[in-house]
Write a protein that binds this ligand. Structure first.
Ligand code: PHE
Length: 340
């Protein structure tokens, strides 16, 4: 009787184990047969009631069955675990040998590069970097620089007048006065900054651009000093010897005044469309500080000699990197910006 039941029990259990889909179900089946109150456990316990010979024979089969089922459970557990592992592996698959994704790294804007380079060069020659407001008043932008109201020179620096009575500065020269009011000479400064002009935009004009003002004031200071400093700046900025010249010009705040031109970098001074055939390119305005500017800065003109210059930063960048359109700088075009 027990023998038959052991055989059917074995088949039944085997089938159930085979069918089990997950560990929970497998555990239920285990308890059903081998748990404390499991069917096989009960049979094993009842063995003691049997006569000795029978007990030994049935006992052996029952124990074999027990071991058999245990291995079956063990095998099935492994199969299910493997399946689960594979499933999660498929979801969380990670190829640790794949090359990493490079994050997009931006680069500095060409104008920033040029500005930093210029600052570095002048700082190494003892100049301090100073800044001033972009929203300026009429006094500093014009009057203090010897450009009175109704003076025709104001047309050259037409600007945007703001509702608050201020204007957008047209050059960095107002900072000359602002700085000299507060600092006694001898002094050497450069003033990088944005300036604005009421001007139509074309390949070489923008209504907004960058300037670098330079100012050096001392007891004895001359055009020769200006030429020496500017020449050294060109050499270091363009990393080669460049010829340059001072051409007479007019600015109300300097006397005498000059246009600084460098020998055209495109044709090496022979004459080409870029320099309109002249062989020279104008890059800055300059001159000796006008006595009225000293006066307006609360300095006694006869005590001091100074020179000033104003470079267009875009111009310098265009020459250094051979850029042919000023509008590219503020176009936001990545094909342009990625080259720097
Ligand atoms: N501020 C002048 C301009 O914007 C340039 C300049 C600066 C000229 C200093 C002379 C001295 O055109």
């Amino acid at each position: 009787m027990v023998k038959i039941s052991l055989k059917t029990l074995k088949n039944r259990a085997k089938k159930e184990i085979e069918k089990a889909k997950d560990l929970k179900r497998l555990n239920e089946i285990f308890n059903k047969y081998l748990g404390k109150k499991g069917e096989l456990t009960k049979i094993l316990r009842s063995l003691e009631k049997l006569p000795k010979t029978k007990r030994m024979k049935v006992g052996k089969t029952a124990n074999e069955l027990k071991n058999f089922l245990k291995t079956e459970f063990e095998k099935k557990t492994q199969v299910i675990k493997k399946k689960i592992g594979k499933a999660t592996e498929e979801v969380e698959w990670l190829d640790i040998t794949a090359p990493g994704k490079k994050p997009l790294i931006g680069s500095l804007h060409p104008l920033t590069l040029v500005k930093r380079k210029i600052e570095e060069i002048f700082q190494s020659m003892g100049f301090s970097v100073v800044e001033g407001p972009e929203m300026e008043n009429e006094w500093y932008n014009f009057d203090a620089l010897n450009i009175p109201k109704e003076h025709p020179a104001r047309d050259r620096w037409d600007t945007f007048y703001l509702k608050n009575g201020l204007l957008l500065r047209t050059h960095t020269s107002p900072v000359q006065v602002r700085y000299m009011e507060k600092n006694n000479p001898p002094l050497r400064i450069i003033v990088p900054g944005t300036v604005f002009r009421h001007e139509a935009t074309d390949a070489s004009h923008e209504f907004q651009h960058y300037q670098i003002e330079g100012l050096m004031v001392d007891k004895k200071n001359s055009v020769a000093n200006l030429k020496a400093i500017v020449g050294e700046f060109f050499r270091r900025f363009f990393e080669k010897n460049v010829e340059f010249r001072l051409k007479p010009d007019y600015f109300p705040f300097t006397e005498p005044s000059f246009d600084i031109g460098i020998s055209c970098l495109v044709c090496n001074g022979k004459g080409c469309p870029a320099c309109k055939g002249s062989g020279w390119m104008e890059v800055a305005g300059a001159g000796m500080v006008h006595p009225n500017v000293f006066k307006n800065s609360k300095l006694i003109p006869k005590d001091w000699q100074g020179w000033a210059f104003g470079f267009g930063l875009e111009r310098l960048a265009m020459l250094k990197y051979k850029i042919n359109d000023i509008r590219l700088f503020r176009s936001g075009d990545l094909r342009f910006l990625k080259q720097f």
